[in-house]
Design a protein around this ligand. Structure first.
Ligand code: DAH
Length: 340
C-alpha cells in the first residue's frame, strides 16, 4: 500500500509539472484529488489495510494529499502571475489623454460677504440672532416707534399677508424680539443677519435682499462706542487705512441717528467714479436706540442705553467686489459666480 501511495504521488507530481496551462492543471487535480481521483480511491481502501499498518498508511495518504495540493497551488499561482504579466505587457496607457474635469463648487459671493461680516462682529464678542421673514406689523414697525400712520413707513413698502402680517422690510424687528427674549437682562450684544423684502426693483435694489442688524445695550453705552465699533468694522472689512464719517440722519427707532460713510477704498478719498467724486461711500444706518424703543420692549432708558446699526449685504458685496448691477447676484450665472 505504502508503495502504491508513493507511486501515485510521484506520478501526480510529474503530471503537475508537465501541465501546460490552467485547464490541464485543473484536469490533473481532478484526476488525483477529485471524488473519483487516484489518491481518493486509495484512501477509500483503508478498510482492507491491516489494523497495525493503518496509522502509517493514513499518515502517508494525508502527506501525499498535502504535497499534491501544495504543488498544484504553486503551479496555479505561477500561471496567474504569468497571465497578469502578459496583460500588463500588452496594455498601453495613453498618458496624453486629458483628465476628467472635476467641477469644484464655491460659495455664493453673498454668503462669503455675510460670513466676513459675521466674523468681524463675532470677533468683537457679538452673538448671532435670527428672526422670521414673515413678521408681525408690531415687530417690523410698531415696536420700532413706527406707528400705523407714520410717514417713514412709506420708504419700506412691503408684501402684506394681512393687516397684521408682512414680509419683514428690515432686520430691525430682531432687535425687538431679542429684547423681549432677554427680558431686561444686560448686556445685549447681537447681530442679526437675514433676508428682507421691499417693493423695489432696479439695478441697485432687489425685492429680496440681505441685511445685517446690530444691537448693543448696556449701562452707559454711548455714541462714541457706536463710532468706535463701526470704525473697527470698516477697517476689517475694507482695509486698515479706512476712515469713517457720521452724517446726521433720521430713523424713527434711533435718536440721534447717523448714516455712516467710509473713506473710498478705490481712490483713498481723493474722489473717483465709485465714490462719485466725494471721497466717501455710504455703507449703513445707525444711531442711539430711541428711549421709546427700549421702553416698549421692557428696558428702562434711565438705567441703560444702546446703539444699533443696519447694513445691506448686497450693497457691501457690490462695493467691495466692484459689481455694478445687483441683479447679477441673483441670476445664477455660473460664469459670474465662479469669478469670486
Ligand atoms: N432698518 C434700517 C433700514 O432698513 C437700517 C437701520 C438704520 C437699522 C439705523 C438700524 C439703525 O438698526 O439703527 O433702512
Amino acid at each position: 500500500m505504502l508503495e502504491q501511495i508513493k507511486q501515485i504521488e510521484s506520478e501526480a507530481l510529474a503530471a503537475i509539472a508537465a501541465a501546460a496551462d490552467k485547464e490541464s492543471l485543473t484536469g490533473v487535480k481532478i484526476a488525483y484529488l477529485g471524488k473519483k481521483g487516484g489518491l481518493t480511491a486509495l484512501s477509500r481502501r483503508m478498510g482492507q489495510v491491516d489494523a497495525a499498518e493503518r496509522p502509517a498508511v493514513g499518515t502517508a495518504v494525508n502527506a501525499a494529499k498535502v504535497a499534491l495540493e501544495q504543488a498544484i497551488n504553486q503551479r496555479m499561482a505561477a500561471f496567474h502571475a504569468a497571465e497578469t504579466e502578459a496583460a500588463l505587457a500588452s496594455e498601453t496607457i495613453d498618458i496624453s489623454l486629458p483628465g476628467r474635469p472635476w467641477p469644484a463648487g464655491s460659495r455664493h459671493i453673498l454668503t462669503q460677504v455675510l460670513e466676513q461680516i459675521e466674523d468681524v462682529f463675532i470677533g468683537m464678542g457679538y452673538t448671532v440672532e435670527e428672526g422670521p421673514q414673515v413678521e408681525y406689523d408690531y415687530y417690523n414697525f410698531e415696536a420700532l416707534n413706527l406707528p400705523a400712520d407714520h410717514p417713514a413707513r412709506d420708504m419700506q413698502d412691503s408684501f402684506y399677508f394681512s393687516d397684521k402680517m408682512l414680509l419683514r422690510t428690515h432686520t430691525s424687528p430682531v432687535q425687538v424680539r431679542t429684547m423681549e427674549r432677554m427680558a431686561g437682562r444686560l448686556p445685549v450684544k447681537i447681530i442679526a443677519p437675514g433676508v428682507v423684502y421691499r417693493r423695489d426693483d432696479d439695478a441697485t435694489h432687489s425685492p429680496m435682499f440681505h441685511q445685517v442688524e446690530g444691537l448693543v445695550i448696556d449701562k452707559n453705552v454711548t455714541f462714541a462706542d457706536l463710532s468706535g465699533t463701526l470704525l473697527a468694522f470698516a477697517r476689517r472689512m475694507f482695509g486698515e487705512e479706512r476712515q469713517i464719517r457720521l452724517r446726521p440722519s433720521y430713523f424713527p427707532f434711533t435718536e440721534p441717528s447717523a448714516e455712516v460713510d467710509i473713506s473710498c477704498f478705490a481712490c483713498g478719498g481723493r474722489g473717483c467714479r465709485l465714490c462719485k467724486g466725494s471721497g466717501w461711500i455710504e455703507i449703513l444706518g445707525s444711531g442711539q436706540v430711541h428711549p421709546r424703543v427700549l421702553q416698549l420692549s421692557g428696558y428702562d432708558p434711565e438705567q441703560c442705553s444702546g446703539f444699533a446699526f443696519g447694513m445691506g449685504v448686497e450693497r457691501i458685496a457690490m462695493l467691495k467686489y466692484g459689481i455694478n448691477d445687483m441683479r447679477l447676484l441673483f441670476d445664477n450665472d455660473l460664469r459670474f459666480l465662479h469669478s469670486f
